[in-house]
Design a protein around this ligand. Structure first.
Ligand code: ATP
Ligand code: MG
Length: 199
């Protein structure tokens, strides 16, 4: 690199650094955030649980609600319950095969009552509501009720919502939204879902 090139490179890097530093300086507000992880690619639930593990590692208190199908073994739960994370899982009364609106609504509402408690619990630093988006899409839980509970939660509480096709009002209410895009997935090539990778 010529001396001239080197100087120009350093000047450019310095300008980038100043910009970044001033934005770090400007971000002074401290509050819990609403984080939505949506999209069709793999990685939404694992991202949510990655953040729970991160928080637990800092000694923070976390709660998880999972609006999942069936009664599956759950690697994250096996680990995180041992570290004091409370779990509320919609295990029974709900499968994709028997979409019975009445029993599905009862099952979803059962877990939602626990969510309402967690969203009022000042001692909880982080709450993960895994696959909540579907409950709203199917009309098992009212969108307005979700938005209200989120807006009334303790100021320092962070909430993560995962699931495909997040409602636009949920996205509007969120502070951070990431969309995981599907580029390709092993399942499409006939590879079975695997313990420790997919659940
Ligand atoms: P993960 O739990 O692995 O982070 P996810 O939460 O992003 O996945 P979901 O839509 O909740 O994805 O689906 C859960 C299951 O479906 C997982 O076993 C996951 O591997 C699988 N899956 C996720 N995305 C796809 C996809 N695009 N095609 C096929 N299967 C998928
Ligand atoms: Mg998921």
């Amino acid at each position: 690199m010529t001396e001239d090139k080197k100087n120009r490179y350093q000047a450019r890097q310095q300008r980038v650094k100043e910009k970044v530093d001033s934005r770090i300086e400007a971000a002074q507000e401290e509050k819990g955030i609403l984080l939505v992880i949506t999209g069709n690619g793999k990685g939404k639930t694992t991202s949510g649980f990655g953040t729970v593990a991160r928080a637990v590692g800092h000694g923070l208190k976390c709660g998880v609600a999972q609006f999942i199908k069936g009664n599956w073994d759950n690697g994250e739960r096996n680990l995180l319950e041992q570290h004091g994370v409370q779990f509320h899982v919609m295990a029974t009364g709900f499968t994709w095969e028997t979409q019975n609106k009445e029993t599905d609504t009862i099952a979803a509402q059962g877990v939602w009552q626990h969510c309402l408690q967690m969203l009022q619990d000042e001692s909880l630093n982080l709450v993960l509501l895994d696959e909540l988006t579907y409950m709203i899409t199917y009309g098992y839980i009212e969108l307005d009720e979700v938005l209200e509970a989120l807006s009334r939660r303790p100021a320092m509480q962070t909430v993560i919502i995962t699931g495909r096709a997040a409602h636009r009002e949920l996205i509007a209410a969120a502070d951070t939204v990431s969309e995981v895009k599907n580029v390709k997935h092993a399942f499409e090539a006939g590879i079975k879902a695997q313990r420790g990778v997919d659940w």
